[in-house]
Design a protein around this ligand. Structure first.
Ligand SMILES: *Cc1c(COP(=O)(O)O)cnc(C)c1O
Length: 359
């Protein structure tokens, strides 16, 4: 086998080795069926089972009650930026809590469709922080409040969800989905494209609470309607069969090999600590982008003294099989994405390299 590197890509991102190995075995012929997982019908008994197990696994991992519907959609998280206002805005206004580039974009997309308001934005601080409770002025009449639990580009993560009272809370959880337990009952909608933490590109998981689904419009084109997708059990058209199957394998891995989201969270925190310690112990050589209280456990963002040194850092890291560490083009610097499937050995190797490079 070709040697695998430590892939710190922000997405599509590293997947658990055992998931890839199982998918590899099923790529030519599924046991007992003789058909590839890439060739099989979305109306087959096999795929009935895949959808049912993926949903059941997600329910177990997230503690989702029967009052939540779980949808498998296409169009990425970017389509949710439009679908959510299309379905829920009507003639009301929505509040957006903006702590990074993705939240900003979600707000701009929604503004094409109706009235939105930035209830908070840290843009003036280059998105390095979270709102304090007294900085959030939420409209109790809003159609919904949208926030991004983890801003993938800036590396800023909420430790807990904002309190929105009876206004439905909508969360773009694309880059920290399944990385830690959440109190799902506090959310109206949670959505996440799979390619950061839950599987490959091509499928987006949407959890929607029944009372919020009831509020959705009935008169939308069917592919843009949450109600239609829910009615058809995510098979309004041909779903991305292979991508959903991979999400099933990832959720199985989380349940059986990791042992649930509490354990996953503890591992993720331990990994992040290794890198933030290396940053903080470098005497200012490495400078974290996010303020310490807003630091992400998933995407660790930092700068070196200048762009030339950053280029040298990336080049030398690659010779140690530490790859895809370049920061997003809009902020520069270094970004280490250390999602669920990044093994602790990869993070240890990076922390070790950071110490050596600094000295
Ligand atoms: C990656 C990402 C997106 C965009 O996802 P696509 O599937 O490419 O549309 C949106 N929000 C966040 C937080 C992300 O990390």
């Amino acid at each position: 086998m070709q040697t695998r590197v430590y892939n710190f890509s922000p997405g599509p991102a590293v997947l658990p080795l055992e998931v890839l190995q199982e998918a590899q075995r099923d790529l030519l012929a599924l046991p007992g069926l003789g058909i590839s997982a890439l060739e099989i019908s979305h109306r087959s008994k096999w795929f009935d089972g895949v959808l049912a197990e993926t949903e059941a696994n997600l329910r177990r991992l997230l503690g989702a009650g029967e009052n939540f519907r779980i949808l498998f959609l296409q169009g990425g998280s970017r389509l949710q930026f439009s679908m959510i206002p299309m379905n829920l805005l009507r003639d009301r206004r929505a509040d957006y809590i903006i702590t990074g580039s993705w939240g900003q974009m979600a707000c701009e997309e929604a503004a094409r469709l109706g009235a939105v308001r930035a209830a908070y934005s840290s843009k003036a601080y280059n998105f390095d922080r979270l709102p304090r409770a007294d900085e959030l002025e939420l409209d109790p009449q809003a159609a919904y409040v949208h926030f991004t639990s983890n801003e993938t580009i800036q590396g800023v993560q909420f430790a807990a969800e904002p309190d929105t009272g009876s206004v439905p809370l909508v969360c773009d959880a694309s880059s920290d989905f399944l990385s830690r337990p959440i109190n799902l009952e506090r959310y109206g909608i949670v959505y996440a494209c799979a390619q950061k933490n839950a599987g490959p590109a091509g499928v987006t998981v949407v959890l929607i609470r029944d009372d919020v689904l009831d509020l959705c419009r009935d008169d939308l084109p069917s592919m843009l309607s949450f109600k239609q997708h829910a009615r058809e059990g995510s098979r309004l058209n041909t779903p991305p069969v292979f991508a959903v199957y991979l999400v099933m394998l990832v959720t199985r891995w989380l349940l059986n090999s990791v042992g649930g989201l509490e354990r996953m969270h503890a591992q993720n925190q331990a990994k992040a600590r290794l890198l933030y310690e290396a940053i903080d112990a470098s005497g200012g050589f490495y400078r974290g982008h996010a303020l310490p209280e807003a630091r992400s456990v998933m995407n660790v963002t930092f700068r070196l003294p200048d762009a030339e040194t950053e280029a040298r850092f990336l080049q030398q890291a690659a010779t140690r099989r530490l790859c895809e560490l370049k920061g997003h083009r809009s902020v520069g610097g270094i970004r280490a994405s250390i999602y669920n499937a990044m093994p602790v050995e990869g993070v240890q190797a990076l922390a070790e390299f950071m110490r050596e490079f600094a000295s």
